[in-house]
Write a protein that binds this ligand. Structure first.
Ligand code: BYC
Length: 333
């Protein structure tokens, strides 16, 4: 599906619009996308559309990979064999999501090395949520419930993204995320309904710490989101940051009631007129601090990714040496 990487248009399409022909192509592209058409890698596309997709898809891929780290912290300490197996499967899924997404970004003419270089140098972003620590086992269930729940809310509309390879990748990612959300909810439900007082307190503490960072996952408010308007015109984003955040809050209120946990927001209440829940102000200063590299775990997370890359150098070198030998053998045969 993603071997189309070889078919991407040559680099001259990255040049700015220069003449009437280019302007006409751009107008035709805008009209196609506005009519709901999907864009394939070999189709002509404006340089800004391409750059926006590389930015979003590569950041998404980085998030999936960095997202393995907070959970990996608990593999050896999962309370039962069943929970350990589920957690291992989930983390492995996240690695797979990262790979589909890097492959989707490669169809736009960027290389995986370039994307990883951008991550490792701190130039590329990854989701703010993964810069928070996982302090107890309940954090793992809460990540499944809230973090994967927020991810699904954000990602289901991406299955209709105008860039077809991204949309196709998201179909499978969303199916797996749905299992991730359910296993998290199930793990919390067991602790809340069958657990001890201490376990219930542990769940509530985890929910208190993860609720607000989960709401930040959807990005800044629409009014302060520099990329949203254009991305929505191009059908890259189908719903705005605030619309998705509101849908998430509305869904979580009922789920929290079933679990028996309190969402840590005294201003959270149903608004009959709007048909939605109102909620309290989000600490956007904290969000920008974390996105800017100054969250509780940014240094640790990036350090772990860079170390994994450095430690894996011999594997990449060996694979390349093997490939070179094969080519020489085939040429000599
Ligand atoms: N964290 O103009 P905006 C997962 C940046 S992983 C960090 O609204 P856009 C999982 C944004 O990039 C789920 N940065 O941007 C894995 C932009 O900066 P740049 C990850 C953020 O792109 C393991 C600036 O703020 N999901 O599911 O229109 C275990 C202004 O924002 C964040 C995705 O990546 C943030 N939270 O909208 C468990 C989904 N928010 O790039 C779970 C795909 C914003 O201009 N991505 N920024 O330097 C998207 O849907 C969009 O990129 C966003 C942001 C909604 C995140």
């Amino acid at each position: 599906m993603y071997t189309q990487a070889m078919d991407t248009a040559p680099p001259d399409v990255l040049a700015p619009v220069r003449n009437a022909d280019e302007a006409a192509r751009e107008a035709a592209f805008e009209a196609r996308v506005a009519a709901g058409a999907f864009v394939e890698p070999q189709d002509w596309m404006p340089a800004h559309y391409r750059r926006t997709l590389v930015r979003q898809i590569s950041q998404h891929a980085h998030s999936e990979c960095v997202g393995m780290l907070p959970e990996g912290n608990w593999v050896t300490r999962a309370p039962t064999l069943k929970r350990k197996t589920i957690l291992l499967a989930k983390i492995q899924d996240e690695a797979g999501h990262g790979l589909y997404l890097y492959a989707a970004a490669e169809t736009l003419g960027t290389s995986r090395d370039e994307m990883l270089q951008a991550l490792h140098s701190g130039k590329a972003k990854y989701s703010s949520i993964f810069n928070y620590p996982t302090l107890s086992w309940a954090d793992i269930g809460t990540i499944g419930w809230l973090v994967d729940g927020a991810a699904i809310m954000n990602q289901v509309p991406l299955t209709r993204c105008s860039y077809a390879p991204y949309a196709r990748a998201m179909v499978r990612v969303c199916r797996e995320e749905s299992f991730h959300q359910r296993q998290g909810f199930d793990s919390l439900l067991v602790m809340m309904k069958e657990g001890s007082e201490a376990q219930r307190a542990m769940v509530q503490d985890a929910v208190d710490r993860w609720w607000w960072p989960s709401l930040m996952m959807f990005g800044p408010p629409d009014a302060d989101s520099p990329n949203s308007a254009q991305s929505m015109r191009w059908g890259i984003k189908r719903l705005s940051n605030d619309e998705l955040r509101q849908k998430f809050v509305d869904a979580c209120v009922e789920q929290a009631r079933v679990l028996g946990v309190t969402l840590p927001d005294p201003e959270l209440k149903w608004n009959e007129a709007r048909g939605h829940h109102d909620f309290g102000p989000i600490d956007w200063a904290e969000f920008w601090r974390v996105v800017g590299g100054h969250g509780p775990c940014n240094t640790e997370r990036l350090g772990a990714r860079v170390k994994a890359w450095d430690d894996g150098a011999w594997v990449r070198d060996a694979a390349l040496a093997h490939a070179r030998k094969q080519i020489m053998k085939e040429a000599a045969a």
